[in-house]
Design a protein around this ligand. Structure first.
Ligand SMILES: CC(C)(COP(=O)(O)OP(=O)(O)OC[C@H]1O[C@@H](n2cnc3c(N)ncnc32)[C@H](O)[C@@H]1OP(=O)(O)O)[C@@H](O)C(=O)NCCC(=O)NCCS
Length: 325
């Protein structure tokens, strides 16, 4: 029994923050950001748009694309590191906004790998036979945890959401393999130090700006290339495929230089990699479903082709999904 991607949809907020406007906030330049990352602009959610609102807009589009009724959905997973609040889950908040039944809802935290981890989990839950129709979402309001005085991080991220309807019946691309992993040995490479049980909010934590995202960019860069290559090779091998069998790669949209290095190491032509990070920056868990939706809308996929979705993120986490279109 294979999971089928019945429909996909995405949403990004209206407000565009381009590199020029950003260079008025912090000491940076369009040239630096473009040449080091490939990013030209990103979307920023309005103050009255929490993550659940971004997720809601994406979910409605996925439901429409899948041509299903909302009462068919019996499982909701929201991948996010920027939930509306620590609890209840953004998935529960979304259930009410979408008017769903009293179905299973939970958030999944695997940072930028969260959407692909969620596909892996949803596939297992559908395979158990206890669930029939999963709404899987990656949604982030990264602007709410960025330090807008730290030029080394705030230029990299953006807001948005992508959603997918996964079922075991019907027509659509098949999700045929999954490979998820993590290395928790160095959590401070990319983290939000305060606000949890280790360091609850205090005047000192706020004064030290510890509720914002902190990152060791150079180390993350090196790890990203290594783990995405490894996850892709392991996924292909486990499914009896070679890198030359791959028609499309949708990588996590963090930095075009990471994508180029990965393409080189995997010896897969760069033209097979879909990139939209120039317009969105890194939207964390939303990055892959937004990119996937845009690639679908451009009609890039042909029946029978093989696709790899691959991501890495804080944790460090990584995950890869194999698709047969
Ligand atoms: C963050 C990243 C773009 C930095 O690129 P880099 O080539 O490693 O740049 P460096 O960190 O060496 O910085 C080079 C210089 O640019 C400066 N700099 C950093 N950010 C800058 C900015 N926005 N504008 C201008 N200068 C900047 C640094 O201060 C440094 O100056 P110095 O040499 O005087 O100390 C890159 O490391 C990266 O993309 N890492 C991965 C990040 C990522 O993907 N995170 C998400 C994971 S899901």
């Amino acid at each position: 029994m294979k999971s089928i991607l019945r429909g996909i949809g995405s949403y990004v907020p209206e407000k565009i923050l381009d590199n020029k406007e950003l260079s008025l906030k912090v000491e940076t330049s369009d040239d630096w950001i473009r040449t080091r990352t490939g990013i030209r602009e990103r979307r920023i959610a309005a103050s009255d748009q929490p993550t659940s609102e971004l997720a809601l807009n994406a979910a409605r589009k996925a439901i429409e694309a899948a041509q299903i009724q909302t009462d068919q959905i019996d499982l909701v997973i929201v991948a996010t590191i920027t939930p509306d609040m620590a609890f209840p889950s953004t998935a529960c908040i979304l259930q009410h906004k979408l008017g769903l039944g009293k179905v299973a809802c939970f958030d999944l935290e695997a940072a930028c790998s969260g959407f692909l981890y969620s596909l892996d989990v949803a596939d297992g839950m559908l395979a158990s036979g206890r669930y029939k129709c999963a709404l899987v979402i990656g949604a982030e309001k990264m602007s709410s945890i960025l330090d807008w005085e730290d030029r080394t991080t705030c230029v990299l991220f953006g807001d948005g959401a992508g959603a997918a309807i996964i079922m075991t019946e019907g027509v659509g691309p098949n999700l045929v393999g999954f490979r998820s992993g993590a290395d928790g040995s160095n959590p401070s490479l990319l983290h939000q130090p305060a606000g949890g049980s280790k360091q609850p909010a205090s005047i000192a934590s706020i004064e030290n700006r510890e509720h914002f995202l902190k990152m060791n960019g150079k180390e993350i860069f090196k790890s990203a290339v290594r783990v995405m290559e490894k996850a892709t090779r392991e996924l292909l091998k486990a499914n009896g495929l070679e890198t030359q069998d791959v028609d499309h790669v949708i990588p996590h949209q963090a930095n075009v230089r990471i994508v180029e290095s990965m393409a080189q190491r995997l010896e897969i032509p760069l033209e097979k990699f879909f990139c939209n990070l120039d317009r969105h920056g890194n939207t964390s868990a939303a990055s892959i479903p937004i990119a996937f939706d845009e690639a679908c809308q451009r009609g890039l996929f042909r029946k029978g082709e093989i696709g790899v979705l691959v991501a890495f993120g804080a944790g460090l986490t990584w995950s890869a999904t194999l698709i047969r279109f």
